[in-house]
Design a protein around this ligand. Structure first.
Ligand code: FMN
Length: 205
């Protein structure tokens, strides 16, 4: 059983969350975690190469394969990770979503469980709106949305960190200077585990 984790990350927060999600997927029997990044826009590369923060993150991720339509097609469950851009998913991720017309026609993604995990700069910067607006195209594609139940450890809190019922989340800080809280990473792991577990229950062949 293949569980795809596809993400975009410029400063590394969503990347760290993706690694935590991967750990959760790997904890489920017979689940193979496929980590894929979405393609960067060529016009961003100059900024990334010059930025002391973005460049090392890019160098860490460069070797991770870019997500293909076949990766989406063959996955039994998918977790999508994106930073917030004005309360929505990043355009790099939207480009992947908008390239799925053939999959929509084929109904390939119908009935597959999907989770979303996000990062914002600020506490009220749009974690929930990003996860919620991401759900719309996934529902058009027929996917089954998997959130994070409140019974997950670390979910019931009033602290300055992530953890939403719509999907795991973390805070990057206004200068991307923060690191994901340990609880944010644990919730991401729990979400990865849950998506993989549900996919294993749905798999018939
Ligand atoms: C164009 C743009 C729009 C952004 N919009 C928001 C926003 O609406 N709310 C917010 O909290 N952060 C916003 N951010 C900050 C990013 O969400 C933040 O850098 C990101 O979560 C860090 O994730 P990463 O380290 O994986 O790249 C924005 C950043 C950019 C470049």
């Amino acid at each position: 059983m293949k569980i795809l984790i596809v993400y975009y990350s410029m400063y590394g927060h969503v990347f760290q969350m993706a690694r935590a999600v991967e750990k959760g997927v790997q904890s489920v029997a017979n689940a193979e975690a496929l980590l894929r990044r979405v393609e960067e826009f060529p016009e961003n590369m100059a900024h990334i190469r010059e930025s002391e923060h973005a460049r090392p993150v890019w160098e860490d991720q460069e070797k991770i394969p870019v997500c293909s339509l076949d990766d989406l097609r063959t996955a039994d469950g998918i977790l999508f990770g994106t930073p917030t851009r004005y309360g929505n998913m990043a355009a790099q991720m939207k480009r992947l979503i908008d390239s799925t017309a053939q999959l929509w026609l084929e109904g390939t993604l119908e009935g597959k469980p999907a989770g979303i995990f996000v990062s914002t700069a600020t506490t009220h910067g749009g974690q929930e709106t990003t996860a919620l607006t991401f759900m719309a195209p996934l529902l058009h594609l027929g996917m089954l949305i998997v959130g994070v139940p409140y019974s997950t450890p670390g979910m019931l809190h009033t602290e300055g960190r992530g953890g939403t019922p719509y999907g795991a989340s973390t805070l990057a800080g206004s200068q991307n200077q923060l690191q994901p809280a340990p609880e944010d990473l644990e919730i991401a792991t729990a979400q990865g585990r849950l998506v993989a577990f549900i996919a294993s229950k749905l798999k018939t062949d």
